[in-house]
Design a protein around this ligand. Structure first.
Ligand SMILES: CC(C)(COP(=O)(O)OP(=O)(O)OC[C@H]1O[C@@H](n2cnc3c(N)ncnc32)[C@H](O)[C@@H]1OP(=O)(O)O)[C@@H](O)C(=O)NCCC(=O)NCCS
Length: 129
């Protein structure tokens, strides 16, 4: 699923994140992950998410955002963060609709790596839960 949704990205790190798969019967349709990270305090990071092409356009990404927020709240995490590619229009739609707003990352709050700080290409998002 990762290869289908992110064909040119480096593989994700599986350890340390909470992963989910959404099924249509016996067929996997979507998947997502989140993990707790330290950003001047612990926040929840929407780490990975993909909907297989045949299942897009039905609000699954938004549902997966809400699922992970519920798990963050259960762990008393008060802030959810993530980042998107600057041209990730579908993800941005979903994040804005779920109440996320952009923030300017600093060395302690960047999610895309220090080397990418200040470079065009990524948008960071945050929501108070
Ligand atoms: C991004 C992704 C998860 C969205 O899956 P989805 O839940 O099916 O999302 P939708 O197709 O319903 O799109 C979500 C919203 O973006 C809009 N949208 C979709 N494609 C768009 C585009 N090319 N331009 C502008 N808006 C777009 C939809 O209309 C929808 O808005 P709405 O809720 O107001 O109707 C899926 O496309 C995917 O897996 N892509 C590859 C991997 C990826 O980019 N993951 C996210 C990393 S941040």
């Amino acid at each position: 699923m990762e290869r289908l949704c992110f064909p040119i990205d480096a593989p994700p790190v599986f350890a340390g994140a909470s992963w989910h798969i959404g099924w249509e019967g016996e067929e996997p349709a979507c998947y997502c992950a989140w993990k707790a990270v330290d950003h001047d305090g612990v926040v929840g990071f929407l780490y990975r998410g993909g909907v297989l092409p045949a299942y897009r356009g039905h609000g699954l990404q938004r549902e997966m955002i809400r699922l992970r927020e519920t798990e963050m709240r259960q762990r008393s995490i008060a802030v959810s963060v993530t980042y998107t590619d600057a041209d990730g229009a579908a993800s941005m739609h979903s994040l804005i609709a779920e109440g996320y707003r952009p923030y300017a990352p600093t060395p302690t709050t960047t999610l895309s790596g220090l080397g990418r700080l200040g470079r065009v290409g990524f948008v960071h998002w945050r929501k108070d839960l």
